[in-house]
Design a protein around this ligand. Structure first.
Ligand SMILES: Nc1nc2c(c(=O)[nH]1)N[C@H]1C(S)=C(S)[C@@H](COP(=O)(O)OP(=O)(O)OC[C@H]3O[C@@H](n4cnc5c(=O)[nH]c(N)nc54)[C@H](O)[C@@H]3O)O[C@H]1N2
Ligand SMILES: Nc1nc2c(c(=O)[nH]1)N[C@H]1C(S)=C(S)[C@@H](COP(=O)(O)OP(=O)(O)OC[C@H]3O[C@@H](n4cnc5c(=O)[nH]c(N)nc54)[C@H](O)[C@@H]3O)O[C@H]1N2
Ligand code: SF4
Ligand SMILES: [Mo]
Length: 911
């Protein structure tokens, strides 16, 4: 019998519960946890493939140290690694003071990990230089909540989605980024014919597809829109004057301002139709319960805090908060960005939602920790931190659980900072991220399925996680690494207290200290413990001593955590984006997520099937914008602005407005021959939240003339070691071309793909070198085609008639159909010669791949029909193929297929 351990998904902030299945100490499967309130058993494609992402081949397994600049890193033991780190940090602090070192951590750490890092910086070293990737993610949401409601707390619950009459989805694409929240939206749509869904997004996103009203506003014009909606609410008597008078302040000042945001003005600022704006206002104002869901379209803006505030105003002005189905619900990006905020793990925050700027709060935290004081000077936020690293003001940085050499804007500067830094430590679970290249010390961390601690999801729900398997190699828990380092550093800083400050031998001790710090605060979790979470299941905060359950909804009583208990309207005015397009940089570049990849792809990029939906980073633009540049779908384009340039393939998308382009954020230097989208993005940031405007950069897009193309497709034999080895080989070639990407694809067996283009053909000896790296040198099994005149050379290798690899140079038309048949490992031996045919047409005799019905389990209609014909029913199909057991969105179609088969075949489908 295999063991089952309850856990959560480590991808997005929905925080789905799942059951990890282990066998012989290895993770062999995952299923949605029917008992977890976040998802009730559902998972999306990423969560459902987590067990495939745990292969040791891709992990960082032991510490590595570079002793001298430009030397190679060597494997070292943990003691040596941590002593060295402590020596370096202590020496730098002694010479240059505590603010010469910094920590850059992550919303993907557990709360306990976070807590220790925060205490290490602020309590032991005496610097507030501890910031996180949440600065790129949720900091405008934090500042928006605090400015208006008084505290950083999403007041709603997922259950509210089913109870709303109007859903305003603004700057969020949950169909892709929070799929299980989206399943709830689809369910609400099906259950409530009166539900009105408004989507505010410059693009016609996957989420916009189910909207009753899509408002494709000009990038960065959200404040104008929400002020305009408030104008309409006022004009039509849809505000709740009683609520405003009793529970808020500052409305008069805002009312004066929004008077100028007439539908005509707003229509011009946002590029929307007046009638649509009025309709949206009436729907929101007329709804029994109105719920807003929002994310990076609002946060990643140079005026992100006011984007948030302007949206929250709509709820305060109508009293649409603190009631079932109502409220401003900021969707959290990372699985534990909430936990990081709770422990105050940011440069301007302190434990338990305390503020660094508040002397009483500083004194309280110093008392809790038993230190004389916590430093007063605000720490450096992410963008400032890397700027200071570049100038040498900060000399050493400790990075944990994030990949700044990909995810921060203006990569040229970030990478220069990492190169120039005196000492860079990277605490990582996976090997070879873009940041790893810059690390002097690499420390292997445990990750999903291996750790113990707590996480808090978007709806304030805390889950206790326990390990399902042991750490691989010499990897250690993040909290443990930080504690070991802190103790060693304390000795060197002559801080006799250090041992007392970090007495932890188990994460529960850290949790208990964190719990202590929350007593009497808005997020009071005095009543929680690991054992209670295990007994009652995941709980929402607050959960004070004596409570029997967590609070589902905040502010039901209309009392807000401000000095006078009133929520505040703030004056928010329309602002342009930090960079305005002009004739030299005419395109506004948007970026964001694809359904099946996660950020820098360190984990999701190891799972072949997660490339099946999108296996290349495509720049999408309006067809007319492409045409204007003489570009067609599939062509290569160069994107550039003064910060950098990259080359990508383009595709047409009529859902983008003219003048905008869209590029996924996931591909960095390990998957393409540039830093990806963040070579171009701006470090301009919001004055309150310091969050950078990752969503908009002004760029020029031009056709890239790279006539010579190369594609290699190679089935990976030899299990994951084979795949990892081939990926590594392909990566070594990235730098040889003007354009190149590597990736995976596949179903039964992974396929490794290299795609490249170059100004001129590569000479034959270079092609032979490529063949060698991909293991395509077996002449006996090879079929080749070469035409010197056309500069075309093709090679297919098919031992025993089974096609295992193809290299197409000069002309690569066959790659499309070859990719599909190789992914299925299904090409008939007779058809292999077509792989190297002079013109790479698809062989007429090749059957078309049947359409995919279940995308999560990648099951086709043909496979389902075959199973049905052999007597299977729905349950047997689910058991055998896994289809319809993850997100559930294909269940209606599956049921229909089962029913259709049953009506054709009396007596069928009983299994
Ligand atoms: N598959 C997948 N899911 C993820 C992640 C992942 O990497 N992969 N990451 C997680 C994380 S950390 C986060 S933060 C979330 C992000 O989740 P989301 O914010 O929902 O996703 P994004 O794709 O970043 O951006 C959302 C939308 O904002 C729109 N947008 C751009 N500019 C504007 C604007 O000016 N105004 C408005 N109103 N909209 C605009 C974009 O067109 C895009 O459709 O996703 C989480 N979930
Ligand atoms: N242009 C553009 N840029 C963006 C965005 C955008 O929309 N557009 N979005 C921004 C947002 S919202 C975010 S959140 C950031 C995300 O940016 P990053 O934080 O850089 O993204 P990840 O790739 O998730 O990095 C997390 C790293 O932690 C490692 N890891 C996983 N588990 C563990 C663990 O348990 N311990 C340790 N020590 N390491 C672990 C992973 O292998 C991975 O390399 O990107 C931001 N950058
Ligand atoms: S929605 Fe998908 S990625 Fe997000 S937590 Fe759930 S299973 Fe994981
Ligand atoms: Mo994020």
């Amino acid at each position: 019998m295999n063991d089952i351990v309850r856990s959560t998904c480590c991808y997005c902030g929905v925080g789905c519960g799942l059951l990890i299945e282990t066998s012989d100490g290895r993770i062999v499967g995952v299923r949605g946890d029917p008992a977890h309130p976040a998802n009730h058993g559902r998972l999306c494609s990423k969560g459902a493939s987590l067990h495939l992402s745990t292969r040791p081949e891709y992990r960082l397994l032991y510490p590595q140290l570079r002793r001298q600049r430009d030397a190679d890193r060597q494997r070292v033991g943990w003691d040596e690694a941590l002593d060295h780190a402590a020596d370096r940090f202590a020496a730098i602090i002694a010479a240059h003071g505590p603010d010469s070192v910094a920590f850059y951590i992550s919303g993907q750490l557990l709360t306990e990990d976070y807590y220790v890092f925060n205490k290490l910086a602020k309590g032991l070293i005496g610097t507030n230089n501890v910031d996180t990737n949440s600065r790129l993610c949720m900091s405008s949401a934090v500042a928006g909540y605090k400015q208006t409601l008084g505290a950083d707390a999403p007041p709603c619950s997922y259950e509210d989605i089913a109870l709303a009459d109007c859903l305003l989805i603004a700057g969020a694409n949950p169909a892709i980024a929070h799929p299980i929240v989206f399943r709830r939206i689809e369910d609400a749509r099906a259950a409530n014919p009166g539900l009105r869904i408004i989507v505010v997004d410059p693009r016609r996103s996957e989420t916009a597809a189910i909207a009753d009203l899509h408002l494709p506003l000009a990038p960065g014009s959200d404040i104008a829109l929400y002020n305009g909606l408030l104008h309409i609410l006022l004009a039509e008597g849809l505000v709740n004057r009683d609520y405003i008078a009793r529970h808020t302040e500052g409305f008069e000042a805002l009312e004066k301002i929004v008077a100028t945001y007439t539908p005509a003005v707003v229509a011009r600022l946002c590029g929307l139709a007046e009638a649509d704006i009025i309709r949206a206002g009436r729907w929101f104002g007329g709804a029994g319960a109105a719920l807003s869901l929002y994310c990076q379209g609002l946060n990643q803006s140079a005026h992100g805090t006011h984007n948030n505030a302007a949206l929250i105003h709509l709820h305060l002005a109508t009293g649409q908060i603190g009631r079932p189905g109502a409220g401003p619900f900021s969707l959290t990006g990372q699985p534990n960005a909430m936990g990081g905020r709770e422990v105050g793990g940011l440069a301007n925050l302190l434990s338990a939602h305390r503020d660094l700027a508040n002397p009483e709060h500083r004194a309280e935290v110093a008392r809790l920790w038993g230190v004389p004081s916590v430093p007063e000077r605000p720490g450096k936020t992410a963008i400032e931190l890397f700027a200071a690293l570049r100038t040498g003001e900060v000399k050493a940085v400790w990075i944990a659980c994030t990949n700044p050499a990909q995810s921060l804007p203006a990569q040229a500067e970030v990478r220069e900072a990492l190169r120039e830094a005196a000492f860079v430590v990277l605490q990582e679970a996976y090997a070879d991220t873009d940041t790893a290249a810059f690390a002097d010390l690499l420390l292997p961390a445990t990750t999903w399925g291996e750790k113990e601690g707590t996480v808090t999801n978007s709806e304030r729900r805390i889950t206790h996680l326990v390990p399902a398997v042991a750490a691989p190699g010499e990897a250690r828990h993040d909290w443990r690494i930080a504690v070991d380092f802190a103790r060693r550093l304390g000795l060197r800083l002559a801080q006799p207290l250090a041992g007392n400050l970090f007495p932890y031998e188990h994460p529960e001790q850290i949790f208990e200290e964190h719990r202590e710090s929350t007593l009497g605060r808005d997020l009071d979790i005095g009543g929680l413990s690991y054992s209670l979470l295990d007994a009652l299941g995941p709980q929402q905060w607050p959960f004070p001593v004596g409570a029997s359950s967590g609070r589902q909804r905040l502010y039901a009583d209309g009392v807000f955590p401000t000095v006078n208990g009133r929520a505040r309207f703030v004056v928010a005015e329309h602002r342009p984006t930090a960079e305005v397009t002009d004739s030299s940089l005419p395109i506004s570049l948007l970026s964001g997520r694809l359904r099946d990849q996660w950020h820098g792809m360190s984990r999701s990029g190891t799972v072949a099937r997660l490339f099946n939906l999108d296996d290349e980073p495509l720049l999408t633009m309006h067809p007319a914008d492409l045409q204007q540049r003489d570009l067609q779908g599939g062509d290569l384009a160069s994107l550039r602005n003064p910060r950098g340039s990259i080359i990508v393939r383009v595709a047409a998308d009529a859902g983008l407005p003219r003048g905008c382009a869209w590029l996924p954020m996931h591909w960095g230097s390990r998957y393409m021959n540039s830093a990806g989208v963040n070579a171009l993005t701006t470090p301009a940031r919001d004055p309150f939240s310091q969050q950078p405007e990752l969503k908009h950069a002004a760029v020029a897009v031009d056709k890239a003339d790279l006539p010579w193309q190369l594609v290699v497709l190679r089935l990976a034999d030899g299990g994951e070691a084979g795949t990892a080895g081939l990926l590594a080989s392909a990566r070594r070639l990235l730098g040889d071309f003007d354009f190149a990407t590597v990736g995976l694809y596949g179903r039964r067996q992974p396929l490794v793909i290299l795609r490249a283009a170059h100004r001129q053909p590569l000479p034959d000896d270079r092609l032979r070198e490529i063949d060698r790296l991909f293991g395509l040198t077996d002449d006996a099994a090879a079929i080749v085609y070469a035409d010197g005149q056309r500069q075309v050379s093709k090679r297919a290798v098919a031992p025993g008639g089974r096609l295992i690899g193809v290299r197409l140079a000069g002309e690569t038309l066959a790659q499309g159909w070859l990719k599909e048949v190789m992914a299925d490992d299904s090409l008939d031996a007779e058809l292999v010669r077509w792989a190297v045919a002079p013109i790479g047409h698809r062989p007429g005799r090749l059957p078309l791949r049947s359409p995919v019905v279940c995308r999560c389990a990648d099951v086709t209609a043909a496979e389902i029909t075959a199973d049905l014909a052999s007597g299977a029913g729905l349950a047997a199909l689910q058991e055998r193929r896994g289809c319809g057991t993850f997100c559930g969105s294909c269940l209606p179609e599956l049921r229909q297929m089962v029913a259709a088969h049953a009506s054709d075949t009396p007596g069928a489908g009983t299994a």
